[in-house]
Design a protein around this ligand. Sequence first.
Ligand SMILES: Cc1cc2nc3c(=O)[nH]c(=O)nc-3n(C[C@H](O)[C@H](O)[C@H](O)COP(=O)(O)OP(=O)(O)OC[C@H]3O[C@@H](n4cnc5c(N)ncnc54)[C@H](O)[C@@H]3O)c2cc1C
Length: 440
Amino acid sequence: MDEKFDCIIVGAGVAGLAAAMTLARNNMKFLLIEKGEFPGSKNVSGGVLWGSDLAKLVPNYWEEDAGWDRFINHRRLTFMDDQSTFSVDFKSSHFNQTPYTGVVVLRSKFDRWLAEKVEEAIAESDYAMDSFIATNILVEEVLMEDGKAVGIRTGEEKFYADSVIIAEGVNNLLTRQVGLQDSYVPADHMLTGIKEIIRFDQNVLEDRFQLNGRSGMSNEFVGFATDGVEGGGFLYTNKDTLSLGLVLGLKDLREKGKKPYDILNTFKKHPVISDMIQGGEVVEYSAHIVSSGDKRVMPKKLHTHGLVVCGEAANLLMNAGKAIQGMDYAMRSGILAAETIVENKKTDDFSESAMKKYQNRLDDSYVMKDINNFQDAVHLLHDPVMTQKIPNLICDFGRNFFSIKNEPTKKAREMMSDSIKEHASYWELLKLGVKGGKAL
Ligand SMILES: Cc1cc2nc3c(=O)[nH]c(=O)nc-3n(C[C@H](O)[C@H](O)[C@H](O)COP(=O)(O)OP(=O)(O)OC[C@H]3O[C@@H](n4cnc5c(N)ncnc54)[C@H](O)[C@@H]3O)c2cc1C
């Protein structure tokens, strides 16, 4: 292949596929390279793709059976101690309407399906015979000439393009190679995500979680779930399986000498969780690094001459307690990266300042606005008072509040005061309240 492409995209995850779809729809000639056997084969995700950007890429996707498993109309945030759970639970038929607020996806299925949609868009474009998705190929190097990205190298082969989109995910070796990310990323800003897929008879799953048709539930957990380690737990209902997993701070794991799989096993033995997963069969186990959403770990810049970085390669992710948002950020940033390339192609200008338009678009989007606005909340979620003491305190209060004894009952505020004395100090709560007020 000697000809030059308008763009080469590295990585067929959510970001790369969103970029590819946008390029195909705009009649650009591109090469998308994925190291996995097929798109999605290397990807792990607990699985809710939030927001409505998917409908921009595949209009009316909800009319198709493929790709996604369930839409979310039931959300739950659970505080847990070793015996009890106390949940904030929200279910609404508002969320039954399209475009959905979130859909559960299993990445090996979803990425493959989205790649098929990209192939369809390529077939309808002016470059039906000249744009490609190539799998099973590892990009080893971004080719730079005089500070400008001109293509990529895979083994002995070199491919050239006007522009390169790096969408390689969190393990961003190429982003480091071109000097946009420091070569050493501190473990404080990284977590490990582990997940099991647990299979059920579909009727059992639907009865147990009150699912109707394709409706689904997402449940996040704080407290005992992580056995004293920074992080949280999650449970999502797929079609006939559950995704159950944890995200755990790497530094904290190392300092406390704990192993992710032991923590997951303890989580599964919790009386409330074991009731939820009873009778299920573990059919898959996976682990993957995940960004903490701390802005300090983002690359210094997301562009250089001829190149932009998007998705989790740029550490675009947020987890401020309400949800993990990585896939929707990847999708939007992939779209914005491709739109920038399309615009620059019109003037054949891929200079540093032309590529900076991507950064400007991203800054104007909800992605960077939310990352900037909710940094305090991200830090708060890593505060041990928030992740350990508060769940214990809330569960202790819940146990007292919901116990009916044949003896004089204390007022709720007295019960709360007892629980605070037992689990935290007023000073810690005051500090948390001030931080929380600022964060939210
Ligand atoms: C346990 C866990 C749970 C999560 N839960 C959620 C959730 O519920 N909701 C959510 O929105 N996000 C979630 N995330 C985060 C989300 O999965 C990521 O943010 C998202 O996948 C990032 O998309 P991406 O396209 O940037 O990168 P990826 O999805 O990682 O894709 C990168 C692709 O690039 C390929 N690649 C890498 N290097 C090369 C190379 N040199 N050559 C060729 N190909 C290459 C990889 O094989 C991969 O296919 C979770 C993550 C984990 C680990």
